[in-house]
Write a protein that binds this ligand. Structure first.
Ligand code: P6P
Length: 333
């Protein structure tokens, strides 16, 4: 049986819906090819000397791993010459990356977290790449930060690649969510999970419990009910997971259901939470909603938030509809 590869899928989607213009198709294929290169480095690990700290820090004030820098550079280099993009932005860079003058510019803006969860790299736990595609505002030839500040509803595509036991690319253009598994023998991403859907209910939650004393009351109330299990109002026992790699959590939730929470934290009320809106919250919320789930910041749809800064943070509650709607309702009471 001939498998559907990513390239064939994109061509067929374009024929069916015409919703994937050639420049966007080329951009996604380039990102997929780049994720293959990142996967190769991640899976070689210590054999290729790419583990450990880079000895530098990023705009978030976080120590960078060598692979953070490698993944960022590989994504910049692969995407700047193709003619699809007007500019790029990354968790690892304070300002947007302009397309060098010698290359043609395109109509899209690409944002990415090149290697999310990279603190897990040295201990061999799954990490991932997250990306989001916006349109560059009409007539803007030299995009600056303000041109990226669009709500998540304006995304034309979003996806992630999880580097785990399998390397999988999960993608949406707003017409459902589709998963592709990397066939290492021939280097193709093969459509193995067409039309992915999140179960509406679940018995599994993901949150970093060590922050409990810093949570707001609605989060405490909700998690206490999960912990009470059959002895509490939820009437069922729950299981807990925390991988400390958002891509791995989101992938698990899309496959088998669940709720992922990174609430805002009383330690720093000025920060809405740890996760970043533009290249973590928005792409993951787009994917989750397209798979039939819900994604809020506790008060509103993440996709409806009007960004004010490129690296602004957002509280995240995402996953199975029943659970996310309940914890969001608790914030309104
Ligand atoms: P904590 C990874 O650093 C990340 O940005 C997400 O991938 C992950 O869900 C979260 O932070 C883990 O945070 O505070 O548990 O280390």
């Amino acid at each position: 049986m001939s498998h559907t590869t990513l390239s064939r899928f994109l061509i067929e989607q374009q024929r069916k819906q015409g919703s994937i213009p050639p420049e966007l198709r080329f951009l996604i294929e380039t990102i997929a090819r780049t994720c293959k290169a990142i996967s190769h480095s991640v899976h070689k690990g210590a054999l290729s000397g790419v583990l450990g700290e880079a000895g530098t820090g990023n705009v978030q004030g976080e120590a960078q791993k060598k692979l953070d820098v490698i993944a960022n550079d590989v994504l910049l280099e692969a995407n700047e010459w193709g003619g699809s993009l007007a500019a790029m932005a990354s968790e690892e860079m304070e300002l947007p990356h302009a397309i060098p003058g010698e290359y043609p510019k395109g109509e899209y803006l690409l944002l990415f977290d090149p290697l999310d969860g990279s603190s897990n790299i040295d201990v061999n736990i799954s990490v991932g790449t997250i990306f989001s595609v916006l349109r560059c505002p009409e007539g803007v030839t030299q995009p600056t930060e303000v041109d990226f500040l669009q709500p998540g509803t304006r995304q034309v595509a979003a996806g992630y690649t999880v580097y785990g036991p399998q390397t999988m690319l999960v993608l949406t253009f707003g017409n459902g969510v589709h998963g592709f598994t990397l066939d290492r023998e021939n280097g193709s991403f093969v459509l193995t999970h067409p039309d992915m859907h999140i179960p509406e209910t679940t018995k599994e939650f993901a949150i970093n419990m060590s922050n409990m004393r810093h949570w707001e009351a609605p989060v405490k109330r909700y998690v206490d009910e999960l912990l009470a299990g059959t002895t509490g109002p939820r009437g069922k026992d729950y299981n807990m997971r925390w991988v400390a790699s958002m891509v791995a959590e989101v992938h698990r939730i899309i496959i088998r259901g669940g709720v992922f929470m990174y609430p805002k934290d009383a330690r720093d009320p000025s920060k809405a939470g740890k996760l970043r809106l533009m290249y973590e919250g928005n792409p993951m919320a787009f994917i989750i909603e397209q798979a039939g789930g819900v994604a809020t910041n506790g008060h509103q749809r993440i996709l409806d938030i009007q960004p004010s800064k490129l690296h602004e943070r957002v509280a995240v509650f995402l996953g199975s509809k029943e659970e996310v709607e309940l914890v969001t309702r608790y914030h309104a009471e």
